[in-house]
Design a protein around this ligand. Structure first.
Ligand code: PGA
Length: 246
């Protein structure tokens, strides 16, 4: 863990309705009673909840993000799509891009690059997901894959101050499996080495829960976690935060 602000990003995926927002009350209370610690909470709900969630979190330090956006900055004839300026206008400050669940259905490195550029133009911060599949890990291609994803995803983006990297091994997402300590340490330092001195923040994601977080927080240079399943329960989410920062 770094000694900077620690990020806890909740990725709700395609879960949640208006009633689910009631679960935020416990987290709001927690953040109000733990003001002095150096951490940030960011909720990324489905697009349908960005506006009502932002309203609910108005007087708090908790921020809201989206889980994806279209690659064009302008309005356009793209049925079912929403662009970066639209999510920004309803309260999102962040957007997750390059998530493996979207890469698996056809999102390419080049498309992700266009999305990141559009999100920067809209003034959003980007949680840029990278990670290898099980097959790639088994054939020892992890570094090669991460190098490609970083180079192509961030191609011709000079100012990387808005970028947060989320290293999410695909084989770890939703499976309960996490990388071994030595391997994760090595991978994080490889990611760091792909950047000049001032590298972006690096989060870890993939099966983070209240049982393994104490192990994960020992990894050097991790700035926080991207949490899927466990973030849907405010009790588990708070437990993860507490075990990390307290
Ligand atoms: P998980 O998901 O915590 O449920 O493994 C993480 C993610 O997909 O961002």
């Amino acid at each position: 863990m770094t000694n900077k602000y620690i990020y806890f990003v909740a990725n709700w995926k395609m879960f949640g309705n208006l009633r689910s927002l009631n679960s935020l009350d416990k987290v709001i209370k927690f953040s109000k009673t733990n003001k002095k610690k150096k951490y940030k909470i960011i909720y990324c709900p489905p697009n349908t909840l960005i506006r009502p969630m932002s309203k609910r979190l108005k007087k708090t330090t908790i921020q809201v993000g989206a889980q994806n956006c279209h690659h064009t900055y302008e309005f356009g004839a793209y049925t079912g799509q929403v662009n970066s300026s639209m999510i920004k206008s309803v309260g999102a400050k962040y957007v997750i891009l390059g998530h493996s669940e979207n890469r698996q259905i056809g999102e390419t490195d080049n498309l992700i690059n266009l999305k990141i550029k559009s999100a920067i133009k809209s003034g959003l911060k980007i949680i840029f997901c990278i990670g290898e599949t099980l097959k790639e890990k088994r054939s020892k291609k992890t570094n090669q894959i991460l190098k490609r994803q970083i180079e192509k995803g961030l191609k011709s983006i000079k100012n990387k101050s808005k970028i947060i990297i989320a290293y999410e091994p695909v084989w770890s997402i939703g499976t309960g499996a996490i990388p071994k300590e030595a391997a994760l340490t090595q991978t994080i330092s490889f990611i760091k080495s792909r950047f000049a001195k001032k590298y972006p923040k690096i989060l870890y994601g993939g099966s983070v829960n209240n049982k393994n977080v104490e192990k994960l927080k020992k990894i050097p240079n991790i700035d926080g976690f991207l949490i899927g399943g466990a973030s849907q329960s405010s009790k588990k989410f708070i437990d993860i935060i507490q075990k990390t920062i307290i």
